[in-house]
Structure formats: C-alpha cells, structure tokens
Design a protein around this ligand. Structure first.
Ligand SMILES: [Zn+2]
Length: 273
C-alpha cells in the first residue's frame, strides 16, 4: 500500500486515516491526549476506554467501527491525487478488551493487519472471527498480511486462556484461608477476573484508593465495560490493592515486588492492611 493513505498503530504524521488495534502501550506510542493529526478509527470498546488512557482526547476525532461490518472511506491517492475507496472490516482479535484486527480492501487488493491476537482453536469467539474473515474474503485471498508474531515460536507453549483461568480458580479454591494477590498492570485480565468472580461466586471487588485512603467497592459484572474502566482507573491511579469477596486481593506488580523484597509471601492474609 502506498504511503500517505492509512496508518495502523502508527502515529506519525502523513496519513489520512489512523487505525488503532488496541490500547496496549506498545501500540499507542506517539498517541497522546493532544492528538490532532486526523480521524482515529477503532472498535466501540476501545473508543469507550480511550479517554481513560488519554484524558482530554478530542472525541470528535474518534470514528467507531463495528466489528464484522464493512465500512467505506473515501480517501485521496497520494500518488495520483485521485479519489480512492478503501473498505475496512474490524475483526475481534480475542486479545484484550476492544482489540481488533483490520481487513482492508481497495485498489491495493486485500490486506490483513492482525495486531496482537489470540485465535485459539478452542475459543468460540475466535472461531466466529475466523468465519467472519473467510466470509468477508468471499473466496479470494489476502494479498498482504501484516502478522504480529509475538510468541509465535514453537518454543512458547502456553495453556489455553480457559485452562489458565481454571488453574487460577483451582489455586484460589484450594487456599480458602488465604487472600490471593493478582497483579494488574494493564488491560487484559478482565475476563480472568470475571471468570474468578463467577466461578467462586464473588460479587464484589474492593479497591483501596490510594488518594482517599478508604476502600472503594466495585461490582464485578460480566458484560460491564464499567468494570473494565474501573480496573483501568485503579491501575492508572496507582491504587494498590482491593479485595475480592473474602479471598482475593488485587495488587499492583510494584507493590507485590515490594512485599516480596520484604520477605512476605505472595499469598498471605493482608486483611489487617
Ligand atoms: Zn497487546
């Protein structure tokens, strides 16, 4: 694709349309609250989360794209200055809240930009996305693939997200007299927290607000992006910990390592804090 048309997770000037795959820091380098280089296209959930990462962001520059739908953009070809139509379809990347891949179609053919993704064969959600992609291609092939190959090496062998979540639940359940510390440093553990809350029937998350010094109660809801926002807030504002029901504590990684340095165990009763 020629330069000067679109950018994905790249925030230098010179493009007519900017696309965000997701809000992890390594994909937003160069993006700031003072962004004014052009329209920013992203998923509905990323648009909702973006202001908490970039307070004061000019929301009139946000363009929300629905997952699984084609969207058309009328742009100018940088080389010929002629109008050119670019179509784009976001697909759920199954990575963190709001994360999408982008399938582009235009005079350059079909281009798939994956960003970070986790299309496990055992995930219904990922399989739905894969079916969407096949349907969108309608028998044709992708002409250019921008593949994020993090952890693609066979030397990395991770359990599925479902298995990992079950392992965490098993650990918590087998230590009923302990508080369990889960470090949250960025977006991505929301599904795990919701899974823990659901399976262990924990309904409340209590946060200790550093700034106020008193506990804040957050309700964990499966569908709630409010919950996601709360988690981001608690991370961004440096809140250190919170209690899930009777046995869970959320704590920042920095705080956990400070405790480790003090010789404390990761699993411990901190109810006296
Ligand atoms: Zn990521």
């Amino acid at each position: 694709m020629e330069r000067g048309l679109i950018s994905v997770d790249r925030w230098a000037e010179g493009s007519q349309a900017y696309f965000l795959t997701h809000l992890h820091a390594d994909h937003t380098r160069g993006l700031t609250s003072a962004w004014s280089r052009g329209p920013l296209f992203c998923s509905r959930l990323s648009a909702k989360l973006l202001p908490s990462k970039f307070p004061g962001f000019d929301l009139s520059l946000l363009r929300v794209l629905d997952v699984g739908a084609w969207h058309s953009l009328s742009l100018l070809s940088p080389s010929s200055a002629a109008d050119t139509l670019v179509r784009v379809m976001p697909l759920d990347a199954h990575h963190c809240p709001g994360a999408v891949m982008y399938l582009f179609s235009g005079h350059f053919g079909s281009l798939l930009y994956t960003g970070d993704f986790r299309w496990e064969t055992t995930s219904e959600k990922a399989n739905r996305s894969r079916d969407m992609l096949v349907k969108a291609l309608n028998g044709s092939r992708v002409n250019a693939l921008y593949l994020d190959n993090t952890y693609c090496n066979p030397s990395y062998s991770f359990p599925s997200r479902r298995d990992a979540a079950q392992q965490v639940v098993d650990i918590i359940a087998s230590h009923p007299k302990h508080h369990v510390i889960i470090g949250i440093d960025t977006l991505g553990k929301e599904d795990l927290l919701v899974h823990i809350a659901r399976v262990l029937k924990i309904k409340r998350v209590q946060h200790k607000g550093k700034e106020s010094g008193k506990e804040h109660v957050r309700v964990v809801r499966a569908e709630a992006s409010v919950e996601v926002n709360d988690l981001i807030d608690s991370t961004r504002k440096g809140r250190k910990c919170g209690t899930v029901g009777v046995s869970g504590v959320y704590m920042s990684r920095a705080s956990a390592s400070r405790r480790r340095r003090r010789g404390a165990k990761i699993m411990e009763d901190i109810s006296a804090d």
